[in-house]
Design a protein around this ligand. Structure first.
Ligand code: ADP
Length: 210
């Protein structure tokens, strides 16, 4: 089985990875898949839809087996209908893997070529503000009350952050997510093109002149 070349978009709830992922997914050659969007696209009355709501409304993660199975089925369907062409497209995964167990389970399926970490943890109140405003715009139950939001941020710290260390350090690029969306997009695209690494590798004075 061939592994899909993959860029992981990583960041706490409210860091803006969904917004960035959607935009990057419009670029030719990249396919954006948000695990949360896949869950939300399920019929809320189906078994999957009910399980998702049961966990997400409490700010908890959906169990790993269930999540990975759903993700596989979604990708297979996209390949079958020609909406994802693995030979010519890089996968941009957002919201998965969400813990180290999921990272291990995805190992046979994806070849991680870059890990983009959107850093917003230095401004927790801004993340909470973004999530509350999203609750109103997107009618999301899991953003509706502050207790659930705080629970999700705790789970990110305890379960999701260790995923960053799971992958080799040289694949990692950190981007300041508390910037304007276009600036975040600029930094991500630079990272994807390898530009950031090059700039860091040369003298600051020379870099400033570029
Ligand atoms: P956010 O990044 O703001 O938490 P997502 O759309 O990525 O939003 O996820 C919303 C909810 O969907 C999560 O709180 C969780 O319940 C569920 N979910 C999404 N991705 C995963 C995953 N990989 N594993 C388990 N649960 C997930």
């Amino acid at each position: 089985m061939t592994k899909y070349p993959t860029i992981l978009l990583f960041g706490a709830p409210g860091s803006g990875k969904g917004t960035q992922g959607k935009m990057l997914g419009t670029l030719p050659g990249y396919k954006h898949i948000s695990c949360g969007d896949v869950f939300r696209s399920m019929d809320p009355n189906s078994e999957i839809g009910r399980v998702f709501l049961q966990y997400s409304s409490r700010g908890e993660l959906v169990p790993d087996d269930f999540t990975i199975r759903l993700w596989r089925e979604h990708i297979d369907k996209l390949v079958t209908i020609g909406a994802f062409k693995p030979e010519t497209t890089i996968l941009l995964l957002d919201g998965i893997p969400r813990n180290v167990a999921q990272a291990r389970m995805l190992e046979p399926h994806i070849d991680v070529i870059k890990l983009i970490v959107l850093r917003a943890d230095h401004n927790r109140e801004e993340m909470i503000r973004r999530l509350k405003s999203r609750a109103l715009k997107e009618n999301r139950l899991d953003d509706a009350n502050e207790q659930t939001i705080r629970r999700r941020l705790e789970i990110y710290e305890a379960e999701s952050k260790p995923v960053i260390e799971y992958y080799p350090k040289h694949l990692r690029v950190e981007v300041d997510a508390i910037q304007k969306p276009i600036e975040v997009a600029h930094d991500i695209i630079s990272a994807i093109l390898g530009r950031t690494n090059e700039l860091h590798a040369i003298e600051p004075v020379a870099a400033a002149a570029i």
